[in-house]
Design a protein around this ligand. Structure first.
Ligand code: TXA
Ligand code: MG
Length: 528
């Protein structure tokens, strides 16, 4: 069969693809997660062709894609209120919900299960194709079974050229890992496959959510998987994969110390070092950048496919890191080298967000010592030592009676970003070193650091937590605590990055408008 390459941006080409689907053919379509291999969901013989083209085990059900939430009523026996709430929050987007199916949904789609998974994708081309075909589309990822999912047309061609009727080119996938699969059949939504929509985000809408233990631990011997996909060796390149797990500064050391022939996938900040040790090294994005890890993962595994072995620096696994951690653990068949001995929780956020309170609670609950980066910084600034000497040298106007006038220093740096950067580049290495020593001495720590990422202390952490609240609450807290004027407090807040800065970087975000809601979140952090 000749596979037609079509333009996902062209209405005419989308219509051509829709006609192919209506006649029972197969079309690879772009979605924001990965490319899907689509067939009309109500045409059992077309659906069977998907299994053939992929070499997919017959007992692994397919996800049905819709272009409008109302189509749920065609597929499910009923539509629960909770599902509508999640749809409202996250559709169109990278989330699949599973619920009891209508009898009219073919067995070929559900592999005989009495439930069906449904998703409304965010990619414009996919939605147009579904609407134009006039029928929901069953679509697994468009790779050969067992291979990494395709995130570009190149990957689809590599696996599917000659096996399917057409491919709609919609560019590279913006998310890069498959959708979050959530089972909605019981009271608490249960994640069967983590994706870009995290457990915390779902719990944020419905009050609670849980992740199936098989996601993180693998299936126990003889255990029946809740999702058939859980039991297959998945996402695997041909080369064996070994993971190096833990805080980035630790995992890189162990990874670089390995002997033997391998290619490496490491965080951008360690790229130069890694290139000295390995011939082939790919960048995995910055260590905090969960979005980059998702986008890069599958393309990197494919690119390193023919290497003898692949060493991967594993991103932090908690919260937003769960999706990539899950794919990597399966690609590596759970071959993980643990590189961090201690639990190190980094807590950060804007002034007055309440991170001090959260840190104190965490350190109590986890029996870890509390490292307050601000306190350490201030004490190093006032006691004679190398850091103070360098600051005096760089900011002579702030020196009074042999000491540093912190208010004067504050006035200068909060008003001038370049001065602020200068001060931070001088002081951060000292504070980070102190944190590192503290962690070693106390066998772990909760590190409370407003500049967790800027100081690169996050690279010592096994979990990063961002704390946020609204600006007026922050302001009230600063005023009652620090005894400064409202103007000074506002200046301080305006000099800091917004909440989205922390949201993009932290593994989890805690809403701390009131402290009352924190207990269950902290309990969960402890459990993990
Ligand atoms: O992002 C995605 O979900 C992509 C794009 C194309 O939408 N699709 C995708 O499909 O990843 P696939 O077939 O590669 O993975 C579907 C997963 C499998 O692990 C399957 O076992 C599970 O979802 N699944 C589907 N229907 C299910 C059901 N009724 N009950 C339990 N698990 C189900
Ligand atoms: Mg798949």
């Amino acid at each position: 069969m000749k596979t037609k390459l079509l333009d996902g941006g062209s209405r005419k080409d989308i219509k051509t693809a829709a006609d192919i689907l209506k006649r029972g053919g197969l079309c690879a379509m772009p979605t924001e997660t990965v490319y899907g291999l689509a067939a009309s969901a109500f045409d059992p013989s077309a659906v069977e062709k998907i299994f053939e083209a992929k070499g997919r085990p017959q007992d692994n059900p397919l996800i049905v894609h819709i272009s409008d939430t109302r189509e749920l009523y065609k597929l499910w026996e009923e539509v629960p209120e909770s599902a509508l709430k999640l749809a409202e929050a996250f559709w169109p987007g990278p989330m699949t919900m599973i619920y009891r199916r209508k009898k009219t949904v073919p067995d070929a789609v559900t592999a005989g299960l009495d439930t069906v998974g449904v998703r409304l994708p965010a990619h414009e081309t996919a939605r147009r194709l579904i609407a134009e075909a006039g029928v929901p589309l069953a679509a697994p990822s468009a790779n050969l079974s067992g291979r990494p999912s395709p995130t570009s047309v190149k990957h689809v061609l590599a696996d599917m050229d000659g096996r399917i009727d057409c491919i709609l080119d919609g560019g590279d996938c913006s998310v890069g890992v498959e959708s979050t699969v959530v089972d909605m059949t019981s009271g608490t939504p249960r994640i069967l496959r983590p994706g870009a929509i995290s457990e915390e985000m779902i719990a944020g809408v419905l009050g609670s959510a849980e992740t199936d233990p098989a996601v993180t631990e693998g299936l126990k011997k003889g255990e029946r998987p809740r999702s058939p996909g859980m039991k297959y060796r998945h996402y695997a390149p041909k080369a064996p994969v070994r993971l190096f797990c833990g805080a980035p500064d630790d995992s890189v050391k162990v990874l670089l110390g390995q002997s033997g022939d391998a290619a490496a996938l490491v965080f951008d900040e360690y790229l130069d070092e890694a290139k000295k040790r390995f011939e082939k090294v790919l960048p995995f994005g910055e260590s905090w950048d969960h979005d980059a890890h998702k986008r890069i993962l599958f393309a990197a595994l494919r690119e390193l496919d023919t290497e003898k072995a692949i060493f991967v620096q594993e991103p932090r696994v908690f919260g937003r890191g769960a999706a990539v951690a899950n794919r990597l653990k399966r690609a590596a068949a759970f071959d993980c080298v643990s590189c961090t001995e201690y639990t190190v929780i980094g807590v950060t956020g804007r002034s007055g967000s309440g991170k001090g309170f959260v840190s104190a609670e965490l350190s109590k609950a986890l029996d870890l010592r509390h490292f307050d980066a601000d306190v350490v910084y201030k004490s190093m600034l006032s006691s004679d030592g190398e850091m103070k000497r360098r600051v005096c040298e760089a900011f002579p106007d702030c020196v009074a009676d042999g000491g540093i006038d912190r208010r004067a220093l504050g006035r200068i740096v909060f008003a001038d970003p370049s001065k602020k950067r200068l001060l931070e580049s001088l002081t951060h290495p000292f504070v980070k070193l102190a944190a590192e020593e503290f962690v070693k001495k106390n066998r772990g720590a909760v590190i409370d650091a407003p500049l967790l990422f800027e100081s690169t202390i996050d690279r010592l952490c096994t979990i990063t937590v961002g704390v946020y609240c609204d600006d007026e609450t922050s302001l009230r807290r600063i005023l009652s605590r620090d005894g400064i004027t409202e103007e000074a407090a506002r200046l301080r807040l305006s000099a800091q990055p917004g909440t989205d800065f922390y949201g993009r970087r932290c593994d989890v975000m805690l809403d701390n408008r009131t402290s009352a809601d924190l207990a269950p979140v902290i309990a969960k952090l402890i459990k993990k």
